[in-house]
Every structure is written in structure tokens, then in C-alpha cells.
Ligand binder design. Structure first.
Ligand SMILES: *[C@@H]1O[C@H](CO)[C@@H](O)[C@H](O)[C@H]1NC(C)=O
Ligand SMILES: *[C@@H]1O[C@H](CO)[C@@H](O)[C@H](O)[C@H]1NC(C)=O
Ligand SMILES: *[C@@H]1O[C@H](CO)[C@@H](O)[C@H](O)[C@H]1NC(C)=O
Ligand SMILES: *[C@@H]1O[C@H](CO)[C@@H](O)[C@H](O)[C@H]1NC(C)=O
Ligand SMILES: *[C@@H]1O[C@H](CO)[C@@H](O)[C@H](O)[C@H]1NC(C)=O
Length: 401
């Protein structure tokens, strides 16, 4: 009852969408899911320092296929769970990003049957502008290891705060979306209360839908378990124009009252990736929260040596199975992006790469104030990596595992 009242009040007082009518700009679904408009990263994970290579399109389609459409017509995006990886090499996985970008007035939706999970696994369905953090980042789905439910977050330049009074289903755990001081924050995080939002429970419930609205009214994210998906998000009919104003209280609400989207967000690339270990999930004390047996004196590369290296038997659940990804907008065309963003790694960063054994964390991150130092710091914080914890827990060796 309380919930129904608050939904009604919210809808009545605060329409999220001004102009009715979204146009379908992209529908990635079925046999053509991977054909157009995706960039494959094609580099090791120099963004969040996971122990992975994000493969090129060619490698992703070669055996063992890491992206393909299965017999049910669903897109699979997965970690290589077939190959044996000798130390100190990395394991293959996937990061794909839309070539086009989507600005205020856009709605992106994923309907999935399965999300990647497992100890060391760190998946995300998220977005960022070509310029980061100036253009902002929205983490729709992001979790690590055996976490019980999803976590939402925004990352922006300083000044964007999550409202502490906005109606939402989730629990606001950090209101500060700013990232400008590199060591400061994990972004403004919201915990999803529904355990069916992630992990084995997501799959057991038949999956569900994540929807993100970027509008002049704010950023709003909904999670719908399979049984509660609005009828205007039909798998079989992409031609219905959805109306988020009918969807009830969002899981996460970031209204423009405390974070004006026109100030903090530029058109977004929508991204799907799976990394392993790295600057958030791989920290022993973080891994420890949901995975068993991490010793108190675990070395910084414990996650890598325990899970990533060796056979792939840990990764049988480390895959997305996606019925569709759709992007609607109140305009009729997406923004085209520069050619540099449409081939190869699409990070805007001109930052330092972490691939050299002589790279020191401090000289790369903390000092200099140069563009490259900033770029590297960006990379670490993207997806809410706990940079301070990372710096205290990891040595240079961890970057090279
Ligand atoms: C589209 O949505 C944006 C952001 O919500 C709004 O500013 C703009 O006026 C809308 N445009 C149209 C044509 O409805
Ligand atoms: C993990 O948790 C256990 C039990 O609380 C503790 O004994 C161990 O020291 C922890 N390990 C790390 C790396 O925090
Ligand atoms: C890899 O994972 C798939 C499910 O994604 C599973 O069917 C297969 O048996 C796994 N392969 C190995 C070698 O573990
Ligand atoms: C990551 O690697 C790619 C390819 O080498 C490079 O273009 C990009 O600048 C690197 N990014 C960072 C943050 O090091
Ligand atoms: C790294 O830089 C920080 C901040 O300047 C400093 O406090 C710390 O001692 C440095 N650590 C190393 C290992 O040099």
C-alpha cells in the first residue's frame, strides 16, 4: 500500500518523460545481434586492470566463440572457460561498446536470461561519454564475485550529487557522484534490494530487464524481474513505444534537481563487458566479502592465481545470455562518433598504459598532473573501482598478472 501510494505520487508529481513517444534507434536481437554498431575493445583490460584480454571481433568469433547467437536466438557474451591459461598470461573475454552515442532523451534496455557471475567475475552493462569523466558514466548493471544483488552508480565530474529524498526502490549508499579527485569516491551508489537482480537468483527467476532513462529530468534505472516486465518492453514486439512514466518507482533515481544531466552528461556509448579480478573485485579484502577461503595474508594476485590462471572450470557461469538490447530516443538518429572511437579501444583516455613492467602505480596515478596521469586515474575509477583500496592492496606486480 505504501508502495502503491508512493508510485502514484511520484508519477503524478514528477513525470520523467516530457514528450511522449520514443523512436527505436537500435534493436540488437537474434541472429544479427553482433552485426552492426559494436566496437570490440581489442586490448588487455587497461581500464580496470582485470586479468583479461578483451578480444577483437575476429577472435571473439573464432573458437572457442566468446560472442555468438545460440540456438534459442539469444546473444551469448562470455569468458573463455575452455582454455587453460598458464601464468602469467591473461584470460580472454569481451568488451563491446556501441559505435554511436545516445544523449538526453534516450532509453537503453537489456532483456537477459543470464548474467555473468562467480568468484573473480566482474560484469557490467553501462555507459560512458567519449570524454570521461566530463561526459559522465552510468552503471546500470555492475557487480563482482558472488554479490547478492546489483549495484547502480553514476560517475561524473565533481558537483553531481544523488538526491537523498528521491523516491527509489534501492538504498542510496553514497551520494557523491564526483570522481575528479582521483582518490575520493566510488561514485554515487545505490544497492538494488531484489536478489533476483543478479547471480544465480537472476537466472533461476528467468532473468529480467534493466532499463536506463537519460533525460533532462535526471537518470532513472529500473530492474524488472521476469514476471514484472512492463508490457511495453515486449521481447517479441520492438515496435511498441515504451512509456517509463508507467513503470512505477525506479530502482535508482538520480533527479536533475541535485545533478543536472545537461551539465554532467554528454551522449553515451552503451557498453557490455566482463572482466576478471582487477581494481575492484580482485582486491583480496573485497573478494573475501562473498567468496570463501581468502587468507588474511593473501597476496595481491591471489584472485588471479586462484581463479584466472589454470583451467577455465571456474567460468561456466561467466556469461550473458541476452534476448535483446534496445535503444530508444525522442530523436530519430543517434550521434555518430569520431572514427577514433569507432575502431579499436574506444576509451577516450590518452592515458598511460599499464603494460610496462617498470610502470609504478604511484608515478602513473598520483603524480605529474599531466593528461596521462589523469587518464590513468580515470581508468581505475571507472565502474566504481575503489582506488584507494586498490593502491594500498596492490603492488605493481598485480598489474602484470
Ligand atoms: C527529448 O528529451 C530531452 C531530454 O529529456 C528534452 O530536453 C528534449 O526537449 C526532448 N526532445 C523532444 C523533441 O521531445
Ligand atoms: C577473509 O575473512 C576471514 C574470515 O572473516 C578472515 O579470517 C580473513 O583474514 C579474511 N581475509 C582477508 C584477505 O581479508
Ligand atoms: C563452459 O561453460 C558452458 C556454459 O557457459 C558450459 O556448458 C561448458 O560445459 C563449460 N566448459 C567447460 C570446459 O567447463
Ligand atoms: C588502453 O590500450 C589501448 C590500446 O593499446 C590504448 O589505445 C589506450 O590508450 C589505453 N588506455 C589506457 C587508459 O591506458
Ligand atoms: C605514493 O604517493 C603517495 C602520495 O603522494 C605517498 O603518500 C606514498 O607514500 C607513495 N607510495 C610509494 C610506494 O611511493
Amino acid at each position: 500500500m505504501k508502495l502503491a501510494l508512493s508510485c502514484a505520487a511520484y508519477a503524478a508529481l514528477l513525470p520523467l518523460v516530457r514528450a511522449a513517444g520514443f523512436n527505436l534507434l537500435n534493436n540488437w536481437q537474434g541472429s544479427t545481434f553482433f552485426d552492426d554498431n559494436w566496437d570490440y575493445y581489442g586490448s588487455w583490460d587497461n581500464l580496470t586492470l582485470g586479468d583479461v584480454n578483451f578480444v577483437t571481433r575476429d577472435v571473439a568469433f573464432a573458437q572457442p566463440q566468446l560472442t555468438y547467437v545460440n540456438g534459442a536466438g539469444n546473444a551469448i557474451i562470455r569468458v573463455d572457460n575452455v582454455s587453460t591459461v598458464p601464468q602469467p598470461y591473461k584470460r580472454n573475454t569481451v568488451r563491446i561498446s556501441t559505435v554511436d552515442t545516445y544523449g538526453l532523451g534516450s532509453l537503453w534496455v537489456m532483456d537477459a536470461l543470464h548474467l555473468p557471475y562467480g568468484c573473480s567475475v566482474w560484469p557490467a552493462f553501462w555507459s560512458q561519454a567519449t570524454k570521461w569523466p566530463e561526459g559522465g558514466e552510468i552503471d546500470t548493471l555492475e557487480q563482482i564475485n558472488m554479490a547478492a544483488s546489483n549495484q547502480y552508480a553514476l560517475h561524473t565530474v565533481d558537483g553531481c550529487m544523488a538526491s537523498t529524498t528521491a523516491p527509489m526502490q534501492g538504498a542510496l549508499t553514497d551520494p557523491d557522484c564526483g570522481t575528479e579527485e582521483p582518490y575520493k569516491t566510488q561514485g554515487c551508489t545505490v544497492e538494488e534490494p531484489n536478489h533476483a537482480s543478479y547471480g544465480a537468483a537472476f537466472a533461476a527467476g528467468g532473468g529480467g530487464v534493466y532499463a536506463t532513462l537519460l533525460a533532462d529530468t535526471g537518470v532513472f534505472i529500473w530492474f524488472f524481474p521476469r514476471g514484472s516486465i512492463p508490457s511495453d518492453l515486449s521481447v517479441s514486439n520492438p515496435n511498441i513505444s515504451p512509456n517509463p512514466d508507467n513503470w512505477g518507482t525506479p530502482s535508482a533515481s538520480y533527479p536533475s534537481t541535485t545533478c543536472p544531466t545537461s551539465t554532467y552528461f554528454e551522449p553515451q556509448h552503451v557498453i557490455i563487458d566482463i572482466t576478471l579480478c582487477g581494481a575492484w573485485g580482485g582486491i583480496p579484502g573485497t573478494l573475501n566479502a562473498t567468496c570463501p577461503g581468502v587468507p588474511a595474508d593473501a597476496p595481491s594476485n591471489y584472485c588471479y592465481t586462484t581463479y584466472v590462471a589454470g583451467d577455465g572450470s571456474n567460468y561456466g557461469t561467466a556469461y550473458f545470455e541476452i534476448q535483446y538490447v534496445r535503444i530508444w530516443s525522442n530523436v530519430t538518429t543517434a550521434s555518430s562518433t569520431s572514427s577514433s572511437a569507432s575502431s579499436g579501444p574506444s576509451s577516450s583516455s590518452s592515458g598511460h598504459s599499464f603494460s610496462s613492467p617498470t610502470t609504478s602505480v604511484n608515478s602513473t596515478l598520483g603524480n605529474g598532473g599531466s593528461g596521462s596521469a589523469r587518464g590513468s586515474a580515470q581508468s581505475l575509477i571507472t565502474h566504481g573501482a575503489a582506488l584507494a583500496a586498490f593502491l594500498s592492496a596492490f603492488g605493481t606486480a598485480a598489474l602484470l598478472a
